[in-house]
Write a protein that binds this ligand. Structure first.
Ligand SMILES: NC(=O)c1ccc[n+]([C@@H]2O[C@H](COP(=O)([O-])OP(=O)(O)OC[C@H]3O[C@@H](n4cnc5c(N)ncnc54)[C@H](OP(=O)(O)O)[C@@H]3O)[C@@H](O)[C@H]2O)c1
Length: 345
């Protein structure tokens, strides 16, 4: 049998609750022509998935969407054979189909993984869309220069860890913003950021100002809300801001357009100081940049020059609880759930 999580038919509230999801059982599907059956090994839990749930993007009764690392069991799909390890989108499910007619976001293209390139779990993290997000938003869009100050929010998370390290490799002084003290320590001691301040501190805005004595030239925004408000007065003339995500607003039903609200709050400073604000959507970079990104970044990850922490939980039963933890910052590193044996470890 296949166990999988769906949304319940209760109204979806601001944040996930105990009865938001239902664990169901059904037969393991059979692959049709052009399809392959895969078993899920790792389920990636990411903030954007909450938007999918709140907007009820998934078909009623279908498994909740997620990017996954899986293994092919049976293939009728060109280019894939039984035993292959793949990136695909099985969702919150133990088994799934990929290939012809299987719904998925257009830029989440199934691909075969090479375990020699890095741990297979990293295909949904630093060697996948999260690494590419950091690379596109920091290197390609914000272009940090030697001596500049770059600030990254959610700095210990899946995207933030990488964004700051890439800025530092380009010679910038990098300041992180994170939650708990152990996360801030990790950001400085393990990732090599120059400083990290906690947004949980009552003196957060003053701490950030003290950590950025020369102002802020580059800001990689993952959070929004009060974190953005503390960054805003510190922008230097000609600063660049990449809006990657606004996780602080994802549960706020009244704030239907958080991007516009942020623009309105920042407008006077943006205009007076010539701050360039650009929006990032990783899907725009998959086709043109993923291979080049992998060639550049995979060797750094393999050699330890770029560090990357994962928070791997266990068991299909735990998925909704882990998801809720990730949304409120109780993850420490990129959140994944292992639901099947990883043959590479
Ligand atoms: N634009 C794109 O194409 C794209 C692609 C991927 C991801 N994203 C976005 O990138 C951001 C980071 O995603 P991720 O996958 O790397 O997640 P993540 O950082 O691994 O996990 C989310 C983190 O956000 C922080 N957080 C949550 N609520 C917060 C709040 N109210 N104030 C301050 N911090 C809060 C928590 O860290 P602390 O404990 O440190 O506060 C939490 O651990 C998200 O906004 C996501 O939507 C965008």
């Amino acid at each position: 049998m296949n166990r999988y999580w769906t949304l319940s038919d209760k109204p979806v509230g601001a944040w996930p609750e105990a009865d938001t999801f239902v664990l169901r059982e059904g037969p393991i599907p059979s692959p049709g022509p052009g399809q392959a059956l895969t078993r899920t090994i790792y389920i990636s839990l990411d903030p954007y998935q909450w938007g999918y749930k709140r907007r009820r993007v998934e078909a009623p009764g279908a498994a909740c969407h997620a990017r996954t690392v899986s293994q092919v069991i049976e293939s009728r799909m060109d280019g894939f054979a039984a035993g292959d390890l793949v990136f695909n989108t099985n969702g919150w499910a133990e088994y799934g189909l990929m290939g012809e007619g299987v719904a998925r976001p257009s830029y989440m293209i199934p691909r075969r993984l090479d375990p020699a390139q890095g741990r297979i779990s990293q295909a949904v993290g630093v060697l996948g869309m999260l690494g590419l997000t950091a690379y596109a938003g920091m290197v390609l869009m914000a272009e940090p220069r030697p001596g500049e100050t770059a600030v990254v929010s959610a700095a210990s998370g899946g995207v933030g860890q990488i964004a700051g390290q890439l800025a530092r490799m380009r010679g910038a002084r990098v300041v992180g913003i994170a939650g708990r003290a152990e996360k801030c320590r990790f950001v400085v001691e393990e990732l090599g950021y120059d400083a990290c301040v906690s947004h949980l501190s009552p003196t957060f805005a003053a701490d950030l100002r003290a950590a950025c004595p020369d102002g802020i030239d580059v800001y990689f925004e993952n959070v929004g809300g009060a974190v953005f408000d503390a960054v805003l007065p510190l922008f230097n003339t000609g600063a660049r801001m990449t809006i990657c995500g606004l996780i602080a607003t994802y549960g706020d039903a009244a704030n239907t357009n958080p991007r516009a609200a942020l623009q309105a709050r920042g407008e006077a400073v943006f205009r007076a100081r010539g701050v360039t604000v650009r929006d990032l959507f990783v899907g725009d970079y998959v086709e043109g940049h993923h291979d080049a990104f992998l060639r550049e970044v995979a060797p750094w990850v393999a050699s330890g020059q770029v560090k990357y922490r994962e928070d791997i939980r266990e068991g299909i039963e735990t998925v909704p609880a882990c998801f809720a933890e990730m949304l409120r910052g109780d993850n420490f590193g990129k959140m994944l759930v292992r639901v099947g044996e990883d043959p590479t470890v």
